[in-house]
Design a protein around this ligand. Structure first.
Ligand code: SF4
Length: 356
């Protein structure tokens, strides 16, 4: 990245004016939802664009609009049909919210899609930034947006430290976004912010030399574009540890089917017990069987979103095994066969370790 500042003549123009001028030449002008003022269609596009790239959204948007051309069509469709058209776009809560919001618009607004940002923000799945974007593009309202790309542009340009998802940082960014609003050209300005964030001020390696606001961008001038915005602080996850038993009998290992709900629901896994529990006594109680302790294998760490799990595998050999252990819900498999079964990832890893 070169530190060459852009031309001097741009320096006097405001942040918004520079973005507006840039958007007219370099921005995106032919996205399907840019050809309409229909708040319903703009709302669809804004919800689809949450967490999803433009190029992925375009074919979904076009099929969705063809299937549900207006809010009444969407509200009267069964939610399953809405989900079918959403299938593959991910984050399915958005599709449930779309359907619920369409029903609310029909029931409470006689099918007239609102264009006021405050009214829009009361709809399911429509946050403050999405409501503002719809209001801007559908009616030219002067409202600030602060979606992910815009947070990145503003945090870099103004040199705002701190994770943009944190309440205090977010409040600061909203204030900046509101103060930067131009008196005119609000649609072009709003589109410019989105376009700049998506195409120039990229998360990795932003193209600062092509940026219309580089000369007073703090991140650019202080060479901090790779530090800003600050990443999400790492959470210290609770740690859990369990012993898992590799109960071996004639080259096969005992697996149990896990309950359908909860972690690894319905998968085949190994019998587990607390680290301080007596292995032989536990096997005797649970399976009425006698086992001999063998070696312990290296621990396996596995991360879940809300805790970190360490499994301590213990090999044991079955000396005497009653038929009761072959009841439904248990199965004996060789490590090789087990690798083809529906096993949790760390247990599959363990099976690979056994084969080598
Ligand atoms: Fe983003 Fe670089 Fe432009 Fe600053 S100069 S806003 S970091 S693209």
């Amino acid at each position: 990245m070169s530190a060459t500042p852009p031309p001097r003549q741009r320096r006097k123009a405001s942040f918004a004016a520079r973005l507006v001028a840039w958007q007219k030449i370099h921005g995106r002008h032919d996205l399907p939802w840019q050809r309409t003022r229909d708040p319903y269609r703009i709302w669809l596009s804004e919800v689809m664009l949450q967490q999803t790239q433009v190029q992925t959204v375009i074919p979904y948007y076009e099929r969705f609009v063809a299937a549900f051309p207006d809010v009444r069509a969407l509200a009267s469709a069964p939610v399953e049909r809405v989900l079918e058209h959403w299938s593959g776009l991910g984050y399915y809560r958005r599709a449930h919210h779309l359907h619920a919001a369409a029903c609310a618009v029909v029931a409470q607004c006689a099918g007239e899609f609102p264009v006021d940002a405050r009214a829009l923000a009361t709809l399911p799945g429509v946050g403050r930034s999405t409501a503002a974007a719809i209001a801007v593009f559908a009616s030219g309202s002067r409202a600030a947006i602060l979606e992910g790309n815009v947070k990145r542009v503003l945090a870099r340009h103004r040199g705002i430290d701190g994770f943009p998802g944190a309440a205090d940082v977010q409040a600061q960014l909203w204030q900046i976004a509101e103060r930067a609003l131009p008196a005119r050209d609000i649609e072009t300005y709003t589109q410019a912010l989105m376009d700049l964030g998506a195409t120039v001020c990229a998360r990795a390696r932003p193209s600062c030399t092509a940026c219309p606001v580089a000369h007073d961008c703090i991140a650019f001038n202080e060479r901090r574009t790779d530090e800003l915005p600050s990443p999400r602080p790492k959470k210290v996850l609770p740690q859990r540890a369990l012993r898992v038993l590799l109960i071996e009998r004639g080259g096969e290992i005992l697996f149990e089917r896990r309950p359908p709900l909860g972690i690894w629901g319905g998968l085949w896994s190994l019998p587990e017990l607390p680290l301080d529990a007596d292995v032989r006594a536990t096997v005797k109680t649970r399976f009425a069987a006698d086992v001999v302790l063998r070696d312990a294998l290296p621990a396996i760490a596995h991360g879940f979103t809300h805790f970190a799990l360490t499994l301590h595998p213990q090999r044991v050999s079955a000396r005497r095994w009653p038929s009761r252990a072959e009841a439904p819900g248990t199965i004996w498999l060789t490590p090789k066969d087990a690798r083809g079964a529906a096993l949790p990832a760390p247990i599959k890893k363990l099976m690979r370790m056994l084969e080598t």
